[in-house]
Design a protein around this ligand. Structure first.
Ligand code: NAP
Ligand code: HSE
Length: 428
C-alpha cells in the first residue's frame, strides 16, 4: 500500500474535469512513477447543482474555499478556476499553510508570478505552472531544463489556441469571425471572457512568462506591444496568401544586445515557415538558441485533456519532490536585469495596406513619406478599389520600429491616404 498524497482542486470546469479524469484513468502509472497514490479529496466550485462531466465519486464538492485551503490532510492545491485576485488570495493562503500549488492561470502568473514565487520559497513549497503556456506542450520545463545550457536568442510563439482556431476556420472554412469564436467557446478553448483571447492579452501574458524563463527578464505587460485579431480582414488574409504568406497571431520575444523586445500581433509568416502549418487550437513555440539553432515544440494549446496533462505532470513533479525531500526549489532560477529594447533597434519587414485617392501625385507622396523615414520597398501591388480609390499593398525591406512608426504616422496625416493595415513580416 502506497502513501497517499491528497489534493484539493479549485475549479471543476474544462481543465479541472480533465485533471480529475486523468488522475483516475492513469492512476496506476502515476502511482508507479511517483510512489504515491495521488487522490483528489475536495473540489471547489461555485454551483453545487451544476451537471458535471465526470463522476464525483471519491471526493466531495464544496463552495467554501477554506474547506480546501485549511484542510490539513490536503498537501497540494491545484488552482484551475481562473480569475486574478481571488485565485491570488487562495494560492497565497495555500502556500502560507505549507501546501504546494499547481496552477494553469497565466493571467495570475504573468502579473503576480514574482510575489507567488517568493511566498512559495519562504514557505518551502513548490509552485508549478506548466499549463499556463501552450496547454499540452511541455514548453516551460523544456526551456528551464532541456535548454538550460543554451543562450536563447529568440522565441516566436503561436500561444493562443482560440485565435489560432478562429484564424484557421476563417481562412480554410470561410467561417465568419463570430461563428469561429462561438465554436472556440463551445469547445472550451476560450477564456471565460474571450476578450483576452481575441485582443491578444492572453498571448501577451504567456509571452511575459516565456520571456521570464527564457531570458531571465521580467517584462511588464504594459511594455508588450499587443494587438489582437479583432477586426482582422479577409482581404489581408487573401492578399497575404497571394504574396506567399499566412496571417497568424504570433508572440515574439527577442534578445537584442542584452535587452529584450516582446510583441504580440498578427504577422505575415512565409507559407514555408514551420509555424504556418500550425492550425486549429494547436500551438507551437519556435525557439532559436545560440547553440542548438532552430527548434519547434508543437501540440494542442488548449482544451480539457491536453491542458490537464500539463497540470498533472506538475502534480507528479510535486509528488516526486516530496518523495526525494526536494520540495521548495523554484521552477526557474535564471534571472537577468530587465531592459526593453529601444524602438530604433528593433528591425523587421512590414506589410502595409492602404486605400489611396487614385489621382496623380498621391503615390509620389507615399514614396516620399517612406523615403523620408528611411524605409525602402521590397514589393508593391496596386489595384483599383472603385472609380476614385486604389488599394495599395507594400512589403518593406527591414526597417526599425521607429522608422516604421514615423512612416505610418506621416501617411496617417495625409487626407489622400488611409492606412488600413500594418503587420510585421517574419522572414523565413
Ligand atoms: P472554466 O471551464 O470556466 O472552469 C472554471 C471552474 O472554476 C468552474 O468549475 C467554476 O465553478 C469554478 N470557479 C470559478 N470561479 C470560482 C469561484 N470564485 N469560487 C469557486 N469556484 C469557482 O475554466 P477553464 O477553461 O477550466 O480554465 C481554468 C483555468 O485554466 C483558467 O485560469 C484558464 O486561463 C486556464 N487554462 C485554461 C485552458 C483551457 O483550454 N480551457 C488552457 C490552459 C489554461 P462552476 O463549475 O460551479 O461554475
Ligand atoms: N484561452 C486560452 C487559449 C486557453 O485559447 O489559448 C489556453 O491557455
Amino acid at each position: 500500500m502506497k502513501a497517499k498524497l491528497q489534493v484539493g482542486v479549485l475549479g471543476f470546469g474544462t481543465v479541472g474535469s480533465g485533471v480529475i479524469h486523468i488522475l483516475k484513468e492513469h492512476q496506476e502509472k502515476i502511482s508507479q512513477v511517483t510512489g504515491y497514490d495521488i487522490t483528489v479529496k475536495k473540489v471547489l466550485v461555485r454551483d453545487l447543482e451544476k451537471n458535471r462531466r465526470y463522476e464525483t465519486e471519491g471526493f466531495s464538492l464544496t463552495t467554501e474555499p477554506l474547506d480546501v485551503l485549511d484542510d490539513p490532510e490536503i498537501a497540494v492545491v491545484v488552482e484551475v478556476m481562473g480569475s486574478i485576485q481571488t485565485a491570488r488570495e487562495y494560492i497565497l493562503h495555500a502556500l502560507k499553510a505549507g501546501k504546494s500549488v499547481v496552477t494553469a492561470n497565466k493571467d495570475l502568473i504573468a502579473l503576480y508570478g514574482d510575489e507567488l514565487v517568493a511566498v512559495a520559497h519562504e514557505n518551502r513549497c513548490d509552485l508549478f505552472y506548466e499549463a499556463s503556456v501552450a496547454g499540452g506542450i511541455p514548453i516551460l520545463r523544456t526551456i528551464v531544463n532541456s535548454l538550460a545550457a543554451d543562450r536563447i536568442q529568440k522565441i516566436l510563439g503561436i500561444v493562443n489556441g482560440t485565435t489560432n482556431y478562429m484564424l484557421t476556420q476563417m481562412t480554410s472554412e470561410n467561417k465568419s469571425y463570430e461563428e469561429a469564436l462561438k465554436e472556440a467557446q463551445e469547445l472550451g478553448f476560450a477564456e471565460a471572457d474571450p476578450t483576452s483571447d481575441v485582443d491578444g492579452i492572453d498571448a501577451a501574458r504567456k509571452m511575459v512568462i516565456l520571456t521570464r524563463l527564457a531570458f531571465g527578464m521580467n517584462v511588464n505587460l504594459d511594455d508588450v506591444e499587443t494587438k489582437g485579431i479583432r477586426g482582422i480582414s479577409e482581404k489581408d488574409i487573401q492578399v497575404a496568401y497571394q504574396l506567399g504568406y499566412k496571417v497568424k497571431l504570433v508572440g515574439r520575444a527577442e534578445e537584442i544586445n542584452n535587452t529584450v523586445d516582446v510583441t504580440v500581433g498578427p504577422v505575415l509568416l512565409p507559407r514555408s515557415h514551420p509555424l504556418s502549418g500550425v492550425n486549429y487550437e494547436n500551438n507551437a513555440v519556435f525557439v532559436t538558441g545560440a547553440a542548438v539553432g532552430e527548434t519547434m515544440f508543437y501540440g494542442p494549446g488548449a482544451g480539457e485533456l491536453p491542458t490537464a496533462t500539463s497540470v498533472v505532470s506538475d502534480l507528479i513533479t510535486v509528488a516526486k519532490n516530496a518523495k526525494l525531500g526536494t520540495t521548495g526549489n523554484a521552477f526557474n532560477s535564471f534571472v537577468h536585469e530587465t531592459k526593453n529594447t529601444p524602438s530604433d533597434q528593433v528591425y523587421s519587414k512590414y506589410y502595409f495596406r492602404l486605400e489611396m485617392d487614385d489621382k496623380t501625385g498621391t503615390f509620389l507622396k507615399l514614396t516620399k513619406i517612406f523615403a523620408d523615414a528611411g524605409v525602402s520597398f521590397d514589393k508593391i501591388l496596386q489595384e483599383p478599389l472603385d472609380e476614385h480609390t486604389a488599394t495599395v499593398v507594400i512589403i518593406t525591406h527591414a526597417a526599425s520600429r521607429k522608422q516604421i512608426d514615423e512612416a505610418s504616422n506621416a501617411a496617417h496625416a495625409e487626407p489622400e491616404m488611409r492606412l488600413i493595415t500594418k503587420y510585421a513580416v517574419v522572414e523565413g
